[in-house]
Design a protein around this ligand. Structure first.
Ligand code: PLP
Length: 382
């Protein structure tokens, strides 16, 4: 059966309208390589918005996490505590350095790493805790920073989904020693592929710039601090060109408006599913009172994998795309060979089977009622 109803995609990249103007401006200025005026504007904006010491644009959140793993000087055999319920890059960036991700379970309310399980996972090889702020809702950062302090560990925020979210009034990305943002087209603020490394512990600032610029001191040279630039450390090409930064600048200028629109859409969904939650048909997201989120995602937790599969296929038959993720990393082939678990990951395994994500993007407003009506129908006629 094919539906005559128009197609509603899961995601549609937002455009502010100024992206191409700024890209042309970069070309007319004659600099398309990285670290030009648009890169600097974006980085200053990120520094102001998060309060971080230094922000560096990268090709992706993945690349920023790889830089973080280099900066904390991970050695083969070191351990890094993280959730298994996350995107592969959270683990891969550390596996690339020969470190072992140690997975702990998530909380049933936020689907974030359960901070009560961290202490039991710490060994004398543990070097860092990598937190993932799922759906842009913060992990329990006060407790996590306290543990890091007590055991002398680094905290790295995978804040890929957390741009414009806060925890106790503090911007996500501005709390751990290091943090990574994503500007991938599926995130809130985008540049196609893109990301940023945020440095909150000033000790890393100088070396981060060197790793970023292929292991050279070119950034110091540009500032006139040294009279020539040369190879001084390991590094790679982590910086994007000015076209990406120009596109991103147009988006950052609209970051408040994007967040507001997404929050409105999020709240419309939230209200619409309240009754079904009351009937035990689903569970809605839970936002702790000290977290202000950015409406990165609206998800429902259904009662089983079978109910989820039925929901997704009914929606699809009506031309509406809903999706799920993640295959827990500890069950994935590479996870089995490179990682280990600490304790049972019961919430991870159960919740990843039951989650479904609904379309959420600025401009969906006029079609959102159709998504809601069809969802309610699909769920009530199970
Ligand atoms: C999207 C995402 C990433 C990867 O971001 P890229 O910019 O595509 O590298 C990493 N971690 C989480 C939690 C993500 O959601």
């Amino acid at each position: 059966m094919t539906s005559s109803e128009s197609f509603i995609p899961f995601n549609k990249p937002y455009m502010s309208g100024n992206e191409t103007t700024y890209m042309l401006e970069a070309h007319q200025r004659g600099q398309l390589a990285g670290n030009g005026p648009f890169t600097q504007r974006c980085q200053s904006w990120l520094e102001e918005k998060t309060g971080c010491t230094k922000a560096l644009l990268t090709h992706s959140c993945t690349a920023a996490l790889e830089m973080a793993a280099l900066l904390i000087d991970l050695q083969a055999g070191d351990e890094v505590i993280m959730p298994s319920y996350t995107f592969v890059s959270t683990a891969n960036a550390f596996v690339l350095r020969g470190a072992t991700p140690v997975f702990i379970d998530i909380r049933a309310d936020t689907l974030n790493m359960d901070e009560k399980l961290i202490e039991a996972a710490i060994t004398d090889k543990t070097k860092a805790i990598v937190v993932v702020h799922y759906a842009g809702v913060s992990c329990a950062m006060d407790r996590i920073m306290e543990l890091a302090d007590q055991y002398d560990l680094f905290v790295i925020e995978d804040a890929a989904q957390g741009v414009m979210s806060t925890y106790q009034g503090k911007a996500l990305g501005g709390i751990g020693h290091l943090a990574a943002f994503s500007f991938h087209e599926t995130k809130n603020v985008i540049s196609g592929e893109g990301g940023a490394l945020l440095i909150n512990d000033g000790r890393f600032a100088e070396r981060a710039e060197i790793l970023w610029e292929k292991g050279t001191n070119r950034s110091s040279f540009f500032r006139g601090e040294v009279d020539k630039y040369t190879w001084v450390d390991i590094g790679s090409s982590f910086l994007p060109g000015e076209l990406i930064a120009a596109f991103l600048w147009a988006q950052l200028q609209h970051a408040d408006a994007i967040t507001e629109r997404r929050l409105n859409i999020w709240h419309t969904y939230h209200k619409a599913f309240e009754t079904l939650e009351g009937k035990g048909i689903l569970r809605r997201p839970i936002i702790p009172s000290d977290c202000q989120h950015n409406a990165h995602m609206y998800y429902l937790l259904l009662n089983s994998q079978t109910e989820r599969a039925a929901f997704i296929s009914t929606m699809k038959a009506h031309n509406i795309l809903s999706v799920f993720h993640y295959v827990p990393l500890h069950l994935a082939p590479a996870g089995l060979s490179h990682c280990r678990t600490s304790g049972k990951l019961a919430n991870t395994e159960q919740l990843s089977d039951c989650i479904v994500r609904l379309p959420l993007w600025p401009d969906i407003e006029e079609q959102q009622q159709r998504v809601i009506d069809q969802s309610l129908k699909s769920l009530q006629n199970r």
